[in-house]
Ligand binder design. Structure first.
Ligand SMILES: C[S@@+](CC[C@H](N)C(=O)[O-])C[C@H]1O[C@@H](n2cnc3c(N)ncnc32)[C@H](O)[C@@H]1O
Length: 368
């Protein structure tokens, strides 16, 4: 017996078909990110860029990988339009594949604002936590940040790094004249970079302002180990130190001209306590600088701008924030009025929204 479906009115078939198309495209986009992840992690794009067009066997030899897998990956990358092939009609074993300079910038050029390879790493890392997220949905528990592993940590850090390297010292801080002046002045300003991750904000700040002394804190031990390595590699370890600390830990001590929190307040289980600690760390005249997701003032259905933020929130930011008890359960969609409330509860008298343009972040300055 076959079920007969009542035909849908045309307006509703349009809506149904739009979702069919969208999911099919999402399926293909997922495979793009996952296969980009392979090219990134196995050094395949790097080898093609450094040595020029290669056959599958040559690329496998250069990267110590298996020729049969590499051949399939090269064909897939060419079909999906990421790599180019010089002699498509030639036998599969002798075809030469290459990467264009435009695509090399997106996939390999770490300092370019167009560098998006970390997106593959981050997405794959976030999805690796999905089984635990499934459980957390049922129990109300969370998924600890380290449980998402190295790909989520490094993907997130590298994605933010390009913004810090290009914009922090060149645009964002110069747009705050009194802070910019203080960071250039004597005696050298002291900065606490709370939830600094693998340290790229602290290091970009130190590079932009050669006198400043910076202490970075993060509760994730593996991030701090990487941050310390980065500081040494950049030759900035004399002015930039990193330590494992929870931002809400009241034993954090020091006096600072500015406390920064880049894309991390919404991740914290106890954001009010963390802001209270930040306030007590400030010298007279000091302030807290926060960058967090540029979400809308209010929840808006079918709001395409917030798809990315809600994706991060459901799969990563909310579960990591819920991994501690008690938790404010903020999530990535921390609206300005939520931040205002947290700041007031932490004893700040004023929150200023700064006129700094950025697609993903809004900048706030908190005055005690
Ligand atoms: C999205 S990452 C941002 C890292 C860095 N600020 C950046 O922009 O690259 C969020 C960071 O917040 C840290 N974090 C979350 N809760 C924290 C807490 N209570 N104390 C200190 N760090 C915390 C995480 O370990 C993670 O490194």
């Amino acid at each position: 017996m076959s079920a007969t479906l009542t035909p849908l009115p045309v307006a509703r078939t349009d809506r149904r078909d739009a979702l069919v198309t969208r999911l099919f495209e999402a399926n293909l986009a997922t495979y793009d990110l996952a296969t980009i992840y392979l090219g990134d992690r196995l050094g395949l794009y790097t080898a093609l860029h450094e040595h020029g067009p290669m056959t599958a066997a040559q690329l496998a030899a250069h990267t110590r990988t298996h020729e049969r897998y590499i051949r399939e990956w090269l064909e897939q990358q060419t079909v999906t339009g990421i790599l180019d092939v010089e002699d498509a009609q030639a036998d599969a074993t002798v075809r030469q594949y290459g990467i264009s300079t435009e695509h090399a910038e997106v996939l390999l050029e770490r300092d370019s604002l167009s560098y998006l390879a970390p997106l593959g790493r981050f997405t794959i890392g976030v999805l690796s936590g999905l089984t635990k997220v499934l459980e957390a949905f049922k129990t109300g528990s969370g998924v600890a940040y380290p449980d998402y592993g190295v790909d989520a940590r490094e993907g997130q850090a590298e994605a933010n790094r390009t913004a810090f390297v290009n914009l922090l010292g060149a645009q964002w801080l110069p747009a705050i004249p009194d802070l910019h002046a203080r960071l250039q002045a004597d005696p050298p300003a002291r900065v606490a970079d709370m939830a600094c991750g693998t340290g790229w904000s602290s290091l970009a700040l130190a590079r932009a302002y050669p006198k400043v002394v910076i202490d970075g804190f993060d509760s994730d031990e593996a991030s701090i180990v990487l941050a310390q390595q980065h500081a040494r590699a950049e030759g900035l370890h004399d002015r930039v130190t990193f330590a494992v600390r929870d931002a809400a830990d009241q034993r954090v001590q020091g006096t600072y001209d500015v406390v920064t929190i880049f894309e991390a307040l919404h991740d914290m289980a106890r954001p009010v306590e963390a802001l209270r600690v930040a306030r007590t760390l400030l010298k007279g005249g000091g302030s807290v600088l926060i960058a967090d997701e540029r979400v809308h003032e209010h929840f808006t259905p079918h709001n395409i701008d917030e798809r990315l933020f809600y994706g991060w929130s459901v799969l990563f930011c909310l579960p990591t924030g819920m991994a501690e008890t008690p938790s404010a359960g903020t999530g990535a969609v921390m609206r300005p009025d939520t931040l205002q409330r947290y700041a007031a509860e932490a004893g700040f008298r004023e929150v200023e929204v700064l006129p700094i343009a950025h697609d993903l972040w809004r900048f706030y300055r908190l005055y005690p």
